[in-house]
Design a protein around this ligand. Structure first.
Ligand code: NAD
Ligand code: ZN
Length: 346
């Protein structure tokens, strides 16, 4: 097992990579504990936390709502949760995002920790203290920054994950390497086959290095005023794809990274060989690199990005694998570029 500590102005949080859910009790104080999980995770792993009361929510992005928060608050009241109660989320990014928010605001804040059970949440969602819910069609619109006390990344639990969900998680690993860590990128280029076979050593290494990338960025900029924006590499377009077609977040990020790499190359920042390396790695992993989508619809969706500032948008581009920067671009210029590149991602 390996441990990474994230220290921000407000709190310190520890991530345990390769730890088992069987040892959860070692991380909990002597007090009442309530588990929040989803019905799928509960169906498979209920016996691992049977000594605690459990709140079970549904699955899918559609349940990441204020209604679900209300459901959790009602169950907290039924279970007589008070300020001394400890809350643990056991699940993927959705369970962790919703539970982290519920625990942060119920009675002005309860202590909480996560057992992160998907590849995407281990390498990304459960690290960094962003939590919240969607509001109408706006993703993650209501929430707070608040770090969990601990995150257990039990990589053995990934073995029960749906294959498509598992593969989608790799998009965020590729992103971490592309923006900040060429060694991580190269490691995945050399070990993707073993990773897909779920070789424990390789998976633990990838999760560890990805958490290192994210924690360094978050420590430097917890509230996303500057450097944390780099984590949005590929995400401006990904959010548009997610609005327009039924696609997993990681899959959308994969295609979004190809569009952003294409723009980086077109603007003369990134060598074409580097872009080819990214494309090849994503393809090897089994992630999509193109999408059959009408470019006009895509651009209309990109205009609705919540990070847009008037007629400009901050786009994350690459100067090489391992180095990203934020580039302010006018929306009409972006539209021109994407329009020129339309054959690339169809
Ligand atoms: N807070 C952040 O910084 C951050 C970052 C990235 C993504 N996110 C959020 O994370 C969410 C996506 O998270 P996700 O990809 O983990 O999806 P998810 O939580 O929906 O989990 C995917 C599916 O896998 C199932 N599952 C989870 N663990 C399992 C296991 N071990 N075995 C079998 N099945 C399992 C779940 O029940 C679910 O059906 C999005 O809402 C996204 O906005 C948040
Ligand atoms: Zn993401």
């Amino acid at each position: 097992m390996k441990v990474i500590e994230i220290k921000t102005d407000t709190k310190s949080s520890k991530i345990y990579i390769g730890e088992s859910i069987q040892n959860l009790k070692n991380y909990l104080p002597q007090c009442k504990v309530v588990i929040v999980t989803d019905e799928v995770v509960s169906g498979i792993y209920r016996s691992r936390f049977s000594e605690y009361p459990v709140i079970e929510i549904g699955v899918g992005e559609k349940i990441k709502t204020i209604d679900t928060l209300e459901f959790i608050f009602n169950r907290f009241i039924e279970l007589e949760v008070d300020r001394s109660t400890y809350i643990v989320a056991v699940g993927g990014g959705i369970v962790c995002d919703v539970t982290g928010f519920a625990a942060s605001v119920f009675m002005r804040g309860l202590r909480f920790g996560f057992v992160s059970t998907t590849l995407l949440s281990q390498v990304d969602a459960s690290v960094g203290g962003k939590n919240g819910v969607n509001y109408h069609r706006y993703k993650n619109m209501i929430g707070v920054f608040n770090q969990p006390d601990f995150v257990i990344c039990d990589t053995e639990m990934l073995k029960t994950l749906d294959r498509k969900e598992f593969i989608a998680g790799f998009a965020e690993i590729v992103k971490g390497g592309a923006i900040r860590d060429e060694n991580l990128f190269r490691y995945l280029e050399n070990n993707w086959q073993k990773a897909l076979e779920m070789d424990t050593e390789v998976i633990n290494h990838l999760v560890y290095e990805s958490v290192m990338v994210k924690s360094r960025v978050v420590e430097a900029d917890e509230k996303e005023k500057g450097e944390r924006r780099l984590l949005n590499f590929g995400h401006t377009f990904a959010h548009s794809f997610e609005k327009l077609v039924d696609i997993l977040h990681g899959e959308a990020v994969s295609i979004g990274m190809m569009v952003a790499s294409g723009i980086s190359e077109k603007l003369g920042y990134l060598k074409s060989q580097e872009r080819d390396r990214i494309r090849q790695l994503l393809k090897n992993i089994g992630l999509p690199v193109s999408i059959g989508l009408d470019v006009t619809k895509l651009l209309a969706a990109a205009r609705q990005d919540k990070k847009r500032e008037g007629e400009t948008i901050h786009l994350i581009l690459l100067s090489r694998i391992g180095e990203a920067f934020s580039h302010k671009i006018k929306l009409n210029k972006l539209e021109e570029l994407v329009y020129d590149m339309r054959s690339d991602f169809r």
